[in-house]
Design a binder for this molecule. Structure first.
Ligand code: NAP
Length: 316
């Protein structure tokens, strides 16, 4: 039993969901509807609502009215995550955080320490790590000698993030919002790496980048280049390529498909969010946290080290 005295071992976890927007509707609600380990008990959002459960205008109102909640899932944009997570931890709740886990590294470190101090579980979720072919890629790379790697993550922001203003604001990450998904996979399957150079393209009217080129080096000097672009129309690219002594690996479709020397070796339907909730249930019941900050640290480093270019203004 955690220090807060809340039981975690028995029955479904009573969950409150916060920030009811696109990802809650697309992924969290369908995954929770099929997961017997959770009972969705309440929602908190300024405008969004979830049918059939009590809805509150803020997390504070929800925490006060629903003392029986065991955990919360925080799905608002990252700039607004820390205050909500802190309030939930202080109220004795376990916390699931959408990616990216926060707007800064230090605020997430603070939450990690607070969760540990209170005996609660904090989950910094990285959904792309649960894409179907990621573990197969990790296994392949562990058996091969890496010569070079390339990450190409190019998508159409107008298609995937229509009207989302927060994503263009400071702390909204811009093209690193999808790019951090690539980094969550890369930091899981590739050796440790560090940024050597970066260039970030900021639209003249925005505070977050629309494209970026980042050159990493592993500790033995292997190049890992990352190319992020948010203006790609037509076919979309979410690929990680690696040259190895055992052949050329392509992990494509955001981690869904693995090919070696052009031959598909792993392809399955994705179940990322059901697996995220399985993992959250596991860590709550085990009384531990799962907070890997490596992807967020790389994004912070890219903003710290990267050269800033000003490019054409962006309009929706
Ligand atoms: P979204 O729909 O724009 O935002 C989610 C909800 O957060 C909004 O509907 C809003 O609900 C609430 N919110 C917005 N601004 C807020 C503020 N200032 N303070 C408190 N709440 C605020 O965004 P989303 O696409 O769901 O993304 C949310 C998070 O999920 C992001 O971190 C994103 O990276 C991650 N994610 C998104 C996707 C995707 O495909 N969209 C995929 C994976 C992960 P109310 O107005 O009702 O408060």
């Amino acid at each position: 039993m955690p220090a807060s005295g809340k039981p975690t071992a028995l029955g479904p976890i009573a969950l409150g969901i916060v920030g009811v927007g696109k990802i809650v509707r697309d992924q969290h609600l369908p995954a929770l509807a099929k997961d017997a380990d959770f009972r969705l008990a309440a929602a908190a959002s300024r405008h969004g609502k979830v049918d059939g459960i009590p809805n509150f205008p803020s997390i504070e109102a929800m925490l006060e009215a629903m003392p029986g909640l065991d955990a919360v899932s925080l799905c608002m944009p990252p700039q607004f995550r820390h205050d909500a997570a802190r309030a939930a931890l202080l109220a004795g709740k376990h916390v699931f955080m959408e990616k990216p886990p926060g707007a800064t590294v230090s605020e997430v470190e603070h939450l990690k320490a607070l969760a540990a101090e209170r005996g609660l579980s904090l989950f910094a979720s990285w959904h792309s790590r649960y894409a179907p072919a990621v573990e197969a890629a990790k296994t392949f790379l562990a058996s091969a000698q890496l010569k070079a790697a390339k990450i190409v993550w190019k998508e159409d922001v107008r298609r995937w993030h229509p009207g989302q203003e927060w994503i263009w604001q400071a702390g909204g990450f811009g093209v690193f919002d999808p790019g951090i998904n690539a980094l969550s996979i890369a930091t899981h399957i590739l050796p440790p790496m560090f940024i050597a150079r970066a260039e970030l393209d900021f639209p003249a009217n925005r505070d977050a980048p629309v494209a970026a080129r980042v050159c990493f080096r592993t500790d033995n000097g292997i190049a890992v280049d990352m190319d992020l672009d948010w203006l790609q129309t037509g076919s979309q690219s979410w690929d990680i390529m690696a040259e190895t002594d055992r052949g050329a690996m392509v992990l494509s479709s955001g981690g869904a498909r693995l090919a070696i020397d052009g031959r598909a070796v792993h392809e399955e339907p994705e179940t990322e969010y059901p697996q995220l909730y399985r993992r959250f249930s596991e860590i709550v019941r085990a009384g531990v946290s799962d907070v890997d900050l490596a992807p967020l640290q790389h994004v912070a480093d890219a903003f710290m080290l990267g050269k800033r270019n000003v490019v054409d203004a962006f309009y929706d």
